[in-house]
Design a protein around this ligand. Sequence first.
Ligand SMILES: Cc1ncc(COP(=O)(O)O)c(C=O)c1O
Length: 376
Amino acid sequence: MNIKMVDLYGQYLGIRDEIDRAMAEVVESSSFIKGPAVEQLEAGLCSFLGVRHCIACGSGTDALTLSLMAAGIGHGDEVIMPAFSFAAVAEAVALLGACPVFADVDASTFNLDISSMERMISPRTKAVVPVHLFGQPCDMEKIMDVAQLHGLIVIEDNAQSLGALCRFSDGSGRRAGSIGHLGCTSFFPSKVLGCFGDGGAVFTDDGHLASMVRSLANHGQSFKYHHEHVGLNSRLDSLQAAVLNAKLPHLESWITARRQAAEYYSEGLRDLGQVHLPVESPGGTHVWHQYTLRVPHECRDGLKEMLAEAGIPSMVYYPAPLFGQPAYQDLCSYDMLMENAGKLCGEVLSLPMHSELSRAQQDEIIWVIRRYFTGE
Ligand SMILES: Cc1ncc(COP(=O)(O)O)c(C=O)c1O
C-alpha cells in the first residue's frame, strides 16, 4: 500500500502547477534573496497568525536563536523549556552561553507542565520557551500569567503547530505562535507548512523586537554595510518563499484533513485498553502534526516491529529526555521531581500522519495495531 509517515510528493502533486509556476517566477526574476516572494510570505503569515511582524529566516532553529538574541539572552541566564521535545531550543540557548533548564511535561497533552515550570523559576531565569508539541497548543493563558508575574520573556516554539488555536477564558482565541513576546516556526519539509529545504520565521507584535530580529538575521545590519550588532546570515531564500506562498492558501484544508484522520484513528483504536490515545485539550485546536500513541513500555518496540513487518512506518518522537542527552548533561539543570518526560520516551509511538493519508491506509494501520493487542 506504500504507506508513508509523511507524503511530501503526494502533497506536491495536488498543487503541482501552483508550486511550479511560483518557483518559475522567482527564477525568471532572478531575485533569489530578500525578493518580493519573501515579502509576500511575511505579509501572508502576518495575516494568517494575526500578528504585526513576521521575519522569515533560515530555519526554525535560527528563528529560536534570533529570538533569544533579540531578547538579550546570554551568558549566565536561565531559560526554561520542556524536557520532552526536539533539541533545537536547548541548542540555541546553550550556544548563546545561557543555561537550558528543563521542566516536566503533562503526560496527556505532551506539553509543558506549568507547575514544574514554576518550580524551576530562579532569580537567573530570563525566559521560558513553551513548545506546542505534535500540533497541540500549550495553555498559553496560564503561561503568560506566570511569566508576567515573574517578569519573564515568552518565546513560543511553534515549529510543529502552525495553525493551531489557543482559546482563552474570556472566549477569545489566538493562533499559537502569536501570543508570547516572540513566536517561532519551522518550514522543515515535513512540518504542517513545509518548504523544499530549510526555512523558518519569527513572529511578534513588538516593533523593537521585530527590527532587532530582522537586523540580526541579516548580519546585524541596520542598513547596508552598517553592522550595528553581531548577527547571523539567516535569510529565507525566495525559492522557498515561493513554495510556501503556493502552499499557504491550502493550509486550512490540510489541517482539516489531518483532524479528520486523527478522529478516524481514535475511533478505530478507542476500545484498546492498553493504548492511550492522544487527546485534544479543551483549551485549543490541535493541528495533528503527529498522532502519537502511548503504549506500555514493554509493548512499544514489539508493536513498532509488527507495523514495520506490515510495511507501515512509525517513529519514536522522542527516545530520550533532553536532560539525558550527552550534549546537555553537564550544561543544564532540570526538575528533580520530573515524573513524565523520561517515562513518555519509553512509551510513545507516532503513526503515519499527513493530509494525503487515505482511509484504506488507516484501516490497514488500525488493523495491525488491533491484531497486536487483541491477537485477532
Ligand atoms: C519543536 C521543534 N522546534 C524546533 C525545530 C527546529 O526547526 P528546524 O529543523 O527548521 O531548524 C523543530 C524541527 O525540527 C521542532 O520540531
